[in-house]
Write a protein that binds this ligand. Sequence first.
Ligand code: YK8
Length: 177
Amino acid sequence: GRLYINRVFRFSADKMFELLFTDSYFSRRFMNARKITGATSTSWQRDASGSMKRSLNYTITITNPLVGKFSTATENQTLYKESREGNYYLVDSEVYTHDVPYHDYFYTLNRYCIISSSKRKCRLRIHTDVKYKKQPWGFVKSFITKNSWSGLEDYFRHLEAELLEEEVELTQGSGDA
Ligand code: YK8
């Protein structure tokens, strides 16, 4: 896999979780900026293992010229029970893009780790893997992987930039920037 974001932000772990994993103003604005439309989400619900789950459905806009302009997608998120409110959040997110070529072969697994480093700081790490449900030919596999990485790279670079802007907004005028 690959590590896309690994840095400390000047807001609490709670705040980071709220920004990324609730129906926050930030996540709505980010979806708009990425032209992700029609998003629906279930609420976080505890499953039999004690972890929390939710799933999202939306339509993504794709810039890769090899692929159609839009695809519906499903994102299944798990907030592991090892998470500790305010201190540590571990979320795995499986993303299925239903309308791209070879969509029945692969999905993307994004692992988000939020670790509190002080009252007003946290570290965010986002690790990504392209997973295969069935084995395609070698050349098809490298084609899928290569095209996935470039799309993911673009997405997470944008997310990092937006989080840095949010950091500026949130710390402005607080006197402890
Ligand atoms: C989520 C991974 C692959 C997919 C795309 C597919 C190429 C098809 C390969 C052919 C378009 C928001 C991506 C990037 C679409 C966007 C997905 C996002 C960024 C040519 C063989 C959507 C995180 C996420 C996960 C997976 C991404 C797709 O929150 O290249």
